[in-house]
Design a protein around this ligand. Structure first.
Ligand SMILES: C[S@@+](CC[C@H](N)C(=O)[O-])C[C@H]1O[C@@H](n2cnc3c(N)ncnc32)[C@H](O)[C@@H]1O
Length: 417
């Protein structure tokens, strides 16, 4: 199967960007053999000839090789950040809607998780709509059906299942009000003109597909995604793919494990997004007085502050700086962080935050130093270890990246016991 096999791999790469080595040694061979049996082709060479002349056969082979692995609320943090972002987008949601794209959507768990997140956050169903795209018709048919087995529910907290699903003989059936929020479309991200035909979005989820692509398709997709993202919009990617975006024109959002990037350019209409998130800002003093017991609120300005009040203030300050960074006010966020460290001394959570802000500013070396300090102070700081792994990978240090990932995994496993 060697030479003809290589040519089949090249056809697939050309068609959907798939780097066939990413599938594992035998997957492509198994897929080709299965298609050869279906169309009664005796040799790989004759199958190759058929593939070259039949668009339908190419689609059917694609169906055999795609990796549809997905589940509801995969990674969780992207959804937590999404709810916050939409609530504070600065848009008047009574008049405008939030446009969201899930690409690739596979069997629908991701776009439906987006819909459930927004409904649970109290966003009116009329204030958002979701387009969900995948190259595979087979997975889209399952997505439209909205019936799921236990494999689609893998997280710890499955309370959403009781709210939005009915348990029947055929599986967990998703409610109609969630299903009808998602429009499923068949499409190929790298097919010329396809992305432009969709329009532009406030939020794009493009997770766990670029890792399967060759370099050219990754580069092409990055450019197309950038064009499809509105100014001020957010792009969510998979954790193994975040490194691809680090050197791009998008800015990393300071929310641990959301793997989110913001497009910062100024829009043509003044004020359309420049205040996005500002309504979410809490001044430290306001948080302080709210966190103190009711009867003692007046005393928060007293000279002798308790350690608890100090901690609350530190947490509020941290939250404030994170939000400044989320809004792209990076210089301001750095100044406040450095000032805090000067006044209060070293602290792992501050080094972590400053590290990811520095990384967003394209200062990878400085970011590494800060994240290492965070781990030195708090060896159990998983977020810093994961980010260090991304940075090491980006710098081409595979062993270093593997080492950081191993350490992070060990801590997570120990924590889960
Ligand atoms: C691992 S799933 C990811 C699903 C979801 N985004 C998630 O993270 O759980 C990958 C999906 O990418 C789709 N895919 C592969 N190549 C594609 C392409 N060129 N355009 C659109 N979808 C593609 C596959 O059909 C598959 O369903």
């Amino acid at each position: 199967m060697q030479l003809a096999g290589q040519k089949i791999a090249a056809v697939l790469e050309q068609a959907i960007g798939l780097k066939t080595e990413s599938l594992g040694a035998t997957t492509l061979e198994r897929a080709v053999r299965s298609r050869m049996r279906a169309v009664e082709c005796e040799s790989v060479t004759s199958y190759l000839a058929r593939l070259a002349s039949s668009a339908l056969e190419l689609r059917l082979l694609v169906e055999e090789v795609v990796v549809p692995e997905t589940w509801f609320f995969r990674d969780q943090e992207p959804f937590t950040f999404l709810a916050r972002y939409v609530k504070h987008s600065g848009k008047d949601l009574t008049r405008e809607s939030i446009r969201i794209l899930s690409l690739p959507c596979s069997t629908g768990e991701e776009p439906y998780s987006i819909a459930m997140t927004l409904l649970l956050a109290g966003i009116a169903p009329t204030s958002f709509y979701i387009d969900a795209v995948d190259v595979s018709e087979r997975v889209l048919a399952r997505a439209r059906l909205g019936v799921y087995g236990t494999n689609s529910f893998r997280g710890g907290d499955l309370s959403f299942r009781d709210v939005f699903f009915t348990n029947r003989d055929e599986g967990y059936v998703l409610q109609k009000n969630v299903r009808e929020k998602v429009r499923f479309v068949q499409g190929n991200i790298i097919q010329p003109g396809f992305m432009a035909s969709l329009g532009r979005y406030d939020v794009i989820f493009c997770r766990n597909v670029l890792i399967y692509f060759n370099e050219a398709a990754q580069g092409q997709s990055l450019e197309l995604l950038h064009q499809a993202l509105l100014a001020g919009g957010i792009l969510f990617t998979g954790h193994a793919e975040a490194g691809l975006f680090s050197g791009s024109r998008l800015f990393s959002v300071a929310h641990a494990r959301a793997f989110a990037f913001r497009r910062l350019e100024k829009p043509k209409t003044e004020g359309a997004w420049s205040d996005a998130g500002a309504c979410d800002l809490e001044q430290p003093a306001a948080v302080l007085s709210r966190s103190a017991p009711a009867g003692k609120r007046a005393k928060t300005t007293a000279p002798r502050r308790t350690a608890v009040v100090g901690e609350a203030q530190g947490a509020a300050e941290l939250k404030l700086v994170r939000r400044l960074a989320d809004q792209g006010r990076l210089e301001e966020a750095v100044q406040r962080s450095e000032e805090h460290l000067r006044r209060h001394g070293p602290a792992a959570e501050w080094y972590y935050l400053l590290g990811i802000i520095r990384d967003s500013m394209g200062q990878a070396d400085e970011a590494m130093k800060l994240l290492r300090k965070a781990v030195y102070l708090d060896p159990g700081n998983v977020d810093s270890l994961i980010h260090l792994a991304l940075l090491a990978e980006r710098a081409g240090d595979r062993d270093g990246a593997a080492n950081y990932r191993r350490r992070a995994r060990k801590i997570q496993e120990e924590g889960g016991k």
